[in-house]
Design a protein around this ligand. Structure first.
Ligand SMILES: Nc1ncnc2c1ncn2[C@@H]1O[C@H](COP(=O)(O)OP(=O)(O)OP(=O)(O)O)[C@@H](O)[C@H]1O
Ligand SMILES: [Mg+2]
Length: 360
């Protein structure tokens, strides 16, 4: 049975609120308490019951959690602790107060506005910086020992309220892939649309396959539509393997050519035609932001503002989601975006909760 809120695990992590259920874990917002009233919010991932009995999965999960603790970087969600309580494994992570990229993009579709490209590109640059740090990891032995993410997807890119982008769930997909080949093939549905073509042909995941996935995430965020679609896994795989990437310029005529070229290059069918590294991809995208003036710092200021808008928009349109709207006045945000000068302004109109449509 799933733990109820206010359960304490490891003697010190109080599970406060169940916030999401992902592919392999239930995600909790939790509090860890120390001396003198010290308290800190963390995220706790409770490994789903169906994985408990797969010993190989649990061993790999522990191994990946260990590597995760070594990946300390501002653009990577920090793994803080790993616990076994009863028969359940828990991963304790840095808490990211903000939105994931999937919800961020959804918020703009509610507002019926294309995501301002500097925001999507800034999110991409942040995530790529985290990815680069993992790809360039040096093991304690001193040997370069890349960590491949394997599951770069909009759900695993979090943006906090300061506009800092954080990539999460490093390497955990490896454990999950193994578990699924052992147990239930096909359960990865939904995630496969971010796979690189070579992965669909059974080749090993690499830094370049992670780059392709990031390109796919960016393409979709900018175009506000799916890139590789199909009614079955086979159809999605066929679309990815074809090497045909719909024109981003057609979907977003306002994009600078350099952004379009960079995203398309990362989505090259042949891995050697992509950027040589995630860092090189990030550098190219950063240049696009620099061309606007303001550079990265300015972009993260705008991301921070947009995260607030996204959260309020989601709570407005989906009152049952993470941000509870029941006790507060709801704010309808409208955005005015001038992409040329990359200015970004929000106007607010306060609305009473009773004016909203009934929650279904
Ligand atoms: N450290 C965190 N801080 C705040 N929210 C988080 C954190 N980690 C995850 N979340 C939220 O919980 C959701 C579910 O996360 P989870 O990683 O379990 O599933 P997923 O990302 O959808 O799939 P996957 O199993 O492939 O990672 C995320 O989309 C995110 O919104
Ligand atoms: Mg995740």
């Amino acid at each position: 049975m799933t733990q109820q809120p206010s359960t304490v695990i490891g003697g010190r992590y109080e599970l406060v609120e169940r916030i999401a259920e992902g592919g392999m874990a239930i995600v909790w917002k939790a509090r860890v308490r120390g001396a003198a009233g010290f308290a800190r919010t963390v995220a706790v991932k409770e490994i789903k019951v169906e994985y408990r009995s797969v010993r190989q999965y649990i061993q790999m999960f522990i191994e990946e959690a260990r590597i995760g603790t070594e990946l300390a970087h501002p653009h990577i969600v920090q793994v803080l602790d790993f616990l076994l309580e009863g028969e359940t494994h828990y991963l304790v992570l840095e808490w990211v107060e903000g939105v994931d990229l999937h919800d961020f993009v959804r918020a703009f579709s509610y507002l019926e506005q294309p995501i301002p490209w500097p925001l999507a590109v800034a999110a991409g640059v942040g995530a790529l910086q985290g990815l680069s740090a993992a790809h360039e990891r040096v093991a304690p032995s001193g040997k370069t020992s890349p960590v491949i993410h394997r599951d770069v997807s909009p759900h695993n890119i979090l943006i906090n309220q300061s506009g800092t982008v954080k990539l999460s769930d490093f390497g955990l997909a490896r454990a999950r892939d193994r578990a699924f080949t052992l147990t239930a093939p096909g359960t990865l549905k939904g995630k496969i649309s971010y796979f690189a073509p070579e992965i669909t042909k059974g080749q090993k995941a690499s830094t370049l396959s992670d780059q392709f996935s990031m390109g796919c995430v960016l393409w979709e965020a900018l175009a506000a539509e799916r890139l590789f679609e199909g009614i079955s896994d086979v159809e999605v795989f066929t679309a990815i393997r074809s090497g045909e990437v719909k024109s981003l310029k057609e979907a977003r005529p306002d994009l600078p050519d350099r952004v379009v070229q960079a995203v398309h290059r990362s989505l090259s069918l042949a891995p050697e035609e992509r950027f040589p590294s995630a860092r090189a991809f990030a550098a190219d995208l950063s240049e696009c932001l620099r061309d606007l003036g303001g550079g990265l710092y300015d972009a993260s200021e705008r991301l921070a503002a947009a995260v607030l808008v996204a959260r309020e928009t989601l709570s407005n349109f989906e009152p049952s989601t993470r941000i509870s709207a029941s006790d507060m006045n709801l704010v309808t945000m409208s955005l005015q975006i001038d992409v040329d000068s990359a200015t970004f302004a929000g106007t607010t109109e306060v609305m009473d909760a009773q004016d909203l449509p009934e929650e279904s």
